[in-house]
Design a protein around this ligand. Structure first.
Ligand code: CP
Length: 355
């Protein structure tokens, strides 16, 4: 875009409703405060790697309040009335996009969905131009999923609205980690000291990375398991390796039958074939033989240990059908909790006490 055009668009954007924040809310909306005053300080949700345990607990406690709203006969409140949320997705999504849309609507916000596949991105529009366009529309929040790691940081730097990272490349998926933590807390109680095994394609998984940060921050013992070719480079086994590679203190175990012993919970990951280069796996059959979470393996975890999967599932590959749909599966609870967690995040970003 030409420099002058950028200036014109930016100055126009400055006169949009978005520029009037931090008080973008309809005063009527304040009539229902869903949680007590908080000490929330964040303008954006880009990652959980720098979240304190208190911040995570605040999101999870706020989620409890949102669950109460969702349980009402008519689950609609005006808490975010007068605000506009834009979901901007450059990659496919079912759970994340739909749950953000519902979360916004339950809280009374207007929600606009933009899929790159059917937008002017197809005509060659650059990310920053799309971001400026969304700002000019008057968005208060942009929920952004992008195939490039770091894209939400650029959007946050270059715009007036708040940005929520809905998954960026192989980097982070913070709301997935928060909903996983919420689901685990609901099932296990305190997560501190619990052994949680994350198994599968760790190297390509933004879900794994965000969960490592979130769960270790809450005091869990996180064990990563998968083939060496699907482990982050240089992460060989000890927690000190992890720290050297800018990861939280996690342990690596390549043998799932050993890793799963005594686990309090098991999280299977999708094989992300779209992000893998060829030659990382001998065959899917071999992968399933060694790393599938199935009934026989689950018997080695603690009795009743739950199983999570962020979805979408390659059923019969990383998880067996009986486990995916069995009594110990929390897959549907994860999706359900995703709405409440995203309500909590939207609420805190727009109604918290941030600058
Ligand atoms: N877990 C997750 O991000 O699912 P979607 O790709 O369907 O949003």
């Amino acid at each position: 875009m030409a420099k002058n055009a950028t200036r014109t668009q930016t100055s126009r954007a400055a006169s949009t409703p978005a520029a009037k924040r931090p008080t973008p809310l309809n005063p009527d909306a304040t009539s229902e405060r869903l949680v007590p005053e908080t000490n929330w300080t964040r303008r954006h949700l880009l990652d959980v790697d720098d979240f304190t345990s208190a911040e995570i607990e605040l999101v999870l406690d706020t989620t409890d309040a949102m669950k109460e709203v969702l349980a009402r006969d008519i689950p609609r409140v005006p808490a975010l009335r007068g605000t506009t949320i834009v979901t901007l997705f450059y990659e496919a999504s079912t759970r994340t996009r739909a749950s953000f849309e519902l979360a916004g609507k339950v809280l009374g916000a207007d929600v606009i969905n933009v899929a790159a596949s059917s937008s002017s991105v197809q005509k060659g529009e650059a990310l920053l131009d799309t971001v400026r366009t969304i700002q000019a529309i008057g968005a208060d929040v942009c929920v952004l999923r992008h195939h490039a790691s770091g894209a939400p940081y650029i959007a946050a730097r270059e715009s007036e609205f708040r940005v929520i990272n809905a998954g960026d490349g192989q980097h982070a998926h913070p709301t997935q980690a928060l909903l996983d933590a919420y689901t685990l807390r609901s099932e296990l109680g305190d997560i501190r000291g619990r052994k949680i095994v994350i198994v599968g394609d760790i190297a390509h998984s933004r879900v794994a990375r965000s969960n490592m940060w979130c769960l270790t921050s809450l005091g869990a013992e996180v064990v990563l398991c998968g083939p060496p070719t699907l482990m982050p480079v240089g992460l060989n086994g000890s927690t000190s390796d992890a720290e050297e590679h800018d990861l939280p203190p996690v342990r690596v175990e390549y043998d799932l039958d050993i890793a799963i012993e005594g686990a309090d919970a098991v999280m299977a990951l999708r094989l992300q074939r779209e992000r893998q280069s060829s030659g990382l796996l001998p065959s899917l059959r071999e992968y399933s033989r060694l790393y599938q979470v199935n009934g026989e393996r689950l018997a080695k975890a603690k009795p009743g240990a739950p199983v999570l999967h962020p979805g979408p599932i390659n059923e019969g590959v990383e998880i067996s059908t009986e486990v995916a749909h069995g009594a110990r599966s929390l897959v549907e609870e994860q999706v359900t909790n995703g709405v409440a967690v995203r309500m909590a995040v939207l609420y805190l970003l727009l109604r918290g006490e941030q600058p």
